[in-house]
Design a protein around this ligand. Structure first.
Ligand SMILES: [Zn+2]
Length: 65
């Protein structure tokens, strides 16, 4: 779910394939990429989770409130 590329000088970039944001650029190690990716708060995934929660709530609540 992340697209990693390497720069000519050996540093790395990473882009989130869900929201297409660049979440790391010119980092020195792949370990740093792991950290950046782990800390990425993806707006696309947050939205998907929210919609899933909405659906779950809608399934348990009556239509009329
Ligand atoms: Zn993302």
């Amino acid at each position: 779910m992340y697209s990693r590329t390497q720069n000519e000088n050996g540093t790395y970039n990473s882009r989130c394939l869900d929201c297409l944001l660049t979440i790391a650029s010119y980092v020195e190690t792949e370990k740093e990429l792991d950290v950046r990716e782990a800390h990425h708060m993806c707006p696309e995934k947050a939205l998907a989770q929210l919609m899933a929660l909405d659906r779950a709530a809608g399934a348990t609540k009556p239509l009329r409130d």
